[in-house]
Design a protein around this ligand. Sequence first.
Ligand code: HEC
Length: 100
Amino acid sequence: MKTLLACLSLLTLTYGNGLWAQDSSRGKTLFKTCVQCHGNSGEGKIEKSAPRIGGQHDWYIYSTLNLFKSGTRKNPDMNPYIANLTDQDFKDLAAYVSKL
Ligand code: HEC
């Protein structure tokens, strides 16, 4: 619970600063490791139990990736693919995926 609260307050602080600097072309490159499960357009894949994420709000994608990375939300399949990504990577991914 403490971790969750810390996460939420961190996110509130982040969003409080307004627009992020996002680079969706970088996000496109980063997304290449995600398509095997989430599909080229982020449409999701039933056989991988991977949900549709294309067109999702950028803030939701960004906050969810942080929850996975912090271990608050757990998914053993996905974790290896995001464990080494940075905060900027998450922002760029969110920018790209939200426009799919
Ligand atoms: C090995 C398959 C796999 C890979 C690779 C993968 N994911 Fe996932 N992803 C999943 C699964 C399965 C879930 C559902 C997790 C759960 O159980 O809640 C998920 C959930 C998500 C969610 C949350 C969706 C929601 O509606 O809450 C986001 C966002 C996401 N993935 C983004 C990514 C991104 C970005 C990448 C690439 C850096 C990636 N994933 C790579 C399998 C994968």
